[in-house]
Design a protein around this ligand. Structure first.
Ligand code: PHE
Length: 449
């Protein structure tokens, strides 16, 4: 049991591996673009710092004080009503639903590494044709790359914390950092760099909408992987002597810096090519490949490096959402790690397959329910409802239910009395109330413009 724990740096890399993913490199730049840049970045930084980081610390606290799977952690830490609180541990189900559609995107990225190597689309319309062709018509390649993605993820988890998760992150995360830093250094030489800085850091309050705040809070959850027992499960395998507050701060800083760096890289490239920042979801798969082509051979190298970075970032995130469920089955149900991993993976692979097909022309009608197809439903239900709901549960549990003395004794030595009081205030009031606002907004009860 003790042997199968992260080393201190292994934990930081693995938790940062979970946090840094499509959210940072794909989603953050386009939602920043669509929400006017500077103001959105400012609001996002504030929410990450105030809400995201406090819930992150709460999750690490629960994992590291119990060293157990999420269901057992809630059970052990609830003084009364264990029967009910243990259900809060089942929020790990959110993670495997995320896995089923996240792996589809990992598959697209693997496909784009090949496209970047073989031949980039020569213009934006052609790039659109390539992407839409893959998404809507080419079921065979999409399923093949999706299957490959799932196999890599399941294989890593089947190998356990040390030989699987830690090893994978120890290789992929430093490689990701090197690629991003190299791309960032290059982007500072581009003509669009200063415009990118202006766009991201100059707050233009005209574009300020209340709905941007909601989006920023939701994204803070998604990008830090909180509210679904993922960070809790990783922290349960933490080395005993780790300073959990320092480690949490390091992870949040790493995650935020990578989002900012990815944004600066992408906007520098975009502005240098004279394109608009508000490109939406197609930014990474349509606009960028066409610009990379126009840049000539350096663009080719950049394209390959970029999609490899995206693959590394997304694989380490996908791995982390499978672990909590497998951990639960291994520790509570005495199922072997191999059986648990491949069993769960198989079920959610099939579910993801349906989501994949729901994007294709042939099956979209059969797999669309109401306003959304299955793929969009999975995304919406997990990121907009289940993750925030999991976050509220966690904040309420740590803020009101868990033994105060235990929390105090664990955290005060690491953060001091003053910061502890601030953290407790954030967990008890700020986090639950603001997350409730997102939930009400998403469900349409509260409408912010
Ligand atoms: N944090 C990851 C990202 O930003 C996504 C993720 C969400 C991973 C939830 C795990 C859990 O892409």
């Amino acid at each position: 049991m003790y042997k199968n724990r992260f080393s201190r740096i292994g934990f930081i890399l693995a938790a940062a591996g979970s946090a840094v993913g499509l959210g940072n490199i794909w989603k953050f730049p386009y939602i920043t673009g669509e929400n006017g840049g500077g103001v959105f970045v400012l609001v996002y930084l504030l929410t990450v710092l105030l809400i995201g980081m406090s819930i992150f610390i709460a999750e690490v606290l629960m994992g590291s004080t119990t060293n157990k799977d999420a269901v057992s952690a809630f059970e052990v830490l609830a003084p009364k009503e264990k029967k009910y609180w243990k259900f809060a541990g089942f929020t790990f189900i959110t993670g495997i639903i995320i896995l089923s559609f996240y792996s589809i995107v990992v598959g697209w990225i693997l496909n784009y590494i090949v496209i970047a190597i073989v031949s980039l689309p020569t213009s934006v319309p052609e790039a659109e044709k390539v992407f839409m062709g893959m998404l809507k018509e080419d079921i065979f390649s999409q399923v093949s790359y999706y299957t490959l993605a799932f196999l890599i993820i399941a294989y890593t988890i089947s190998k356990g914390v040390k030989k699987g998760i830690e090893k994978m992150n120890n290789i992929l995360m430093p490689a990701l950092l090197v690629i991003l830093i190299a791309m960032f250094v290059y982007s500072t030489t581009l003509t669009g760099f200063s415009q990118a800085i202006d766009f991201m850091f100059y707050p233009n309050f005209e574009k300020f909408h209340a709905s941007s705040i909601i989006l920023a809070v939701g994204h803070a959850f998604f990008t830090l992987s909180i509210g679904m027992a993922t960070i809790l499960a990783y922290s349960a395998s933490l080395d005993r002597h780790t300073n959990i507050v320092k480690a949490s701060i390091a992870i949040v800083i790493l995650d935020t810096s990578i989002a900012i760096i990815a944004g600066l890289i992408i906007f520098s490239i975009l502005f240098s090519a004279g394109q608009e920042p508000s490109k939406g979801v197609g930014l990474v798969f349509i606009t960028l490949p066409a610009i990379f082509y126009e840049m000539g051979s350096i663009g080719n190298v950049m394209a390959i490096a970029f999609f490899i970075a995206l693959a590394f970032a997304s694989i380490t995130s996908a791995i982390s959402v499978l672990e909590p469920t497998v951990k639960y089955l291994v520790e509570r149900k005495n199922i072997s790690r191999n059986k648990a991993t491949y069993g769960v993976s198989f079920i959610f692979y099939i579910l993801g397959l349906l989501a994949l097909l729901s994007n294709t022309t042939a099956f979209s009608e059969a797999l669309t329910f109401g306003s959304k197809n299955l793929f969009d439903w999975f995304d919406f239900v997990t990121a907009s409802i289940l993750m925030p709901a999991g976050g509220i549960l966690l904040a309420i549990f740590v803020g009101y239910i868990m033994d105060k003395q235990l929390i105090r004794n664990t955290l005060v030595p690491f953060m001091g009395e003053k910061f502890f009081k601030l953290w407790l205030f954030l967990i008890k009031y700020v986090a639950p109330i603001s997350v409730l606002a997102i939930l009400l907004n998403e469900s349409g009860i509260l409408k912010l413009g």
